[in-house]
Structures are given as C-alpha cells and as structure tokens.
Design a binder for this molecule. Structure first.
Ligand code: AG3
Length: 269
C-alpha cells in the first residue's frame, strides 16, 4: 500500500510525500514526531504535522540563518541557538572559527531522534565547542548571563508554544544577552502564506534595534516556497569577510545584494 504523509499548509492546501519507509513515529512530551524516507527529498522530519527539514533542501535554510549574521561579524566567538535541536544550524555555525555554540532545545526527543537518524545535520553534536541545554528557550533567555555575538532562533511556526519566540519581550531578553554589536536572527516564516508571522517578528524587533534586514530564500518543501529570515542589530549587517569554507546556497553576492520583493517591502514599510 502507498503511504503518503504531508503538511496541511492552509485549510485547503497540502504538500505530501510518499514514504518509502517510516523511520520513526512517536509522541514526545511536547509534540508528535514523524520521520519518513522519501525518494526525492530523502529523510523528512515533521513535528506536529509540519515539515521541519528534508535531507535535500535543509542546507538552504540553515546556511542563510547562520551565515548572514556570522559573516556580518569580524570575529564571532559565542553563538546561542534557540531551538534547532536537530543540529543543522549548529553545523553551519561551526564552519566559522567560533569558540562556543550553545543550543537550547525544549524537546530532548528531537535531539535523540536527530542523533540517531539524521546524521547529516546532527553530526555537529560531536564537536567539542557545542553545548546542549534541554530547556525552554523563552525561560533560558530571561535568566542567562551569557554574552553572545549572535543569538539565532530556529523555531517552529509561531502557533501554540512557539508563539512566545516572536514577541517583543523575548527579543528584549535576547538583546540583553548580546554583545554591543551582536546580532539577533530568526526564521520568520512564509511571507507568502503567513505574512502575519513575518510582520509580527519584524515589528517587535524593529522597536529594539537600529538596523533590521529581511532576507528571503526558496525552501521548496516549506509553505509558499519562499521563506523569510529577519536579522537585527545595533551594529550593522554588512558582510565583513569572505568565506573560507564551502556552502551550497549562501555566497558573498547573495549577502551583499539582499533584494526584497515588493510585497514584503509593503508588508513591513
Ligand atoms: N524550523 C522550522 C521552520 C518552520 C517550518 N514551518 C512549516 N513547515 N510550516 C526548521 C528546523 C530546522 N532546523
């Protein structure tokens, strides 16, 4: 029998993948976790029925979220990730000569399952510079005394539990953890399907930081295909360096050009 699994992106739009194998299916304290194998996209991780990553296209999302902020800093040393338990964002950050990457992931099951079944992202866990905290990110940033060059938010969509990760209060707590020219960056959803998510994040960050920029990148398996990332700082977001590592999506021209489509400009004007 053919088995199809997918994400209901809106009430009447769905993306589905035929599974050649169900690798894991279960329920953690926080969410449903499903891992399938698909011939076209490779391994696919879904949480509560939403696509988090696929083996084939995860590099696009992870590279933009990591390299736009880190290449905007001369010498980033300490980076905090909120969410990102699969390890993919950490993998990209560790390509820089950072001294410390802290991951704060609420759901230990996501980490365990990624370590076991998604080595292409979770290989980063074997790096000595990485520390993992199993904690609620919104609580962590209230009490942490760390000083970071960048704090990057690799969250699920802002519905339910993750909604706090798009609030002004959360961004304010992060601002307190940033060094003077430190950068905050977040995935801010599909500008096409869920423009409200991007608008909410942008407006809440804008009140706290002098410089704010939206980048977009195509992620074929995410709703609306175009995905947004918002970065803010009291320093600047100009590229300071040239890569000495390999990427498959990010490059210097992409960083420097930063063209936003007109409908996004209108959304956040
Ligand atoms: N973080 C989730 C991006 C949001 C996807 N949303 C959706 N499919 N509705 C990605 C986790 C990868 N580290």
């Amino acid at each position: 029998m053919e088995e199809w699994y997918g994400e209901k992106q809106t009430k009447d739009v769905m993306i589905s993948f035929k599974s050649s194998k169900i690798i894991y299916s279960g329920k953690s304290k926080f969410q449903d976790i499903l891992l399938i194998e698909n011939e076209t996209y490779g391994r696919i991780l879904m949480l509560d029925g939403t696509v988090q990553l696929t083996e084939k296209d995860e590099f696009i999302y992870h590279e933009i979220l990591a390299h736009i902020p880190l290449m905007s800093l001369t010498e980033p040393k300490k980076v905090l990730i909120i969410g990102g338990g699969d390890g993919g964002l950490a993998r990209e950050i560790l390509k820089h000569s950072v001294s410390n990457v802290d991951i704060v992931e609420i759901d230990e099951e996501v980490v365990k399952i990624s370590k076991k079944f998604l080595p292409f992202v979770s290989s980063s866990y074997s790096d000595r510079r990485l520390r993992l905290f199993i904690e609620d990110g919104a609580e962590f940033v209230k009490k942490s005394k760390g000083k970071y060059d960048a704090v990057l938010i690799d969250s699920t969509d802002p519905v339910g539990a993750a909604a706090v990760l798009f609030t002004e209060e959360f961004y304010r707590n992060i601002k307190n953890l940033l060094k003077k020219d430190g950068i905050i960056g977040s995935q801010t959803g599909s500008p096409f399907m869920y423009p409200g998510h991007l608008k909410m994040a942008y407006e809440n960050m804008r009140t706290l930081f002098n410089t704010i920029k939206i980048y977009t990148a195509p992620v074929p398996t995410y709703p609306g295909a175009i995905w947004s990332f918002t970065f803010a700082t009291n320093g600047d977001l100009k590229r300071k360096r040239t890569r000495n590592f390999r990427t498959m999506f990010y490059n210097e021209e992409y960083h420097d050009t930063n063209i936003n489509p007109e409908f996004i400009k209108e959304l956040v004007h």
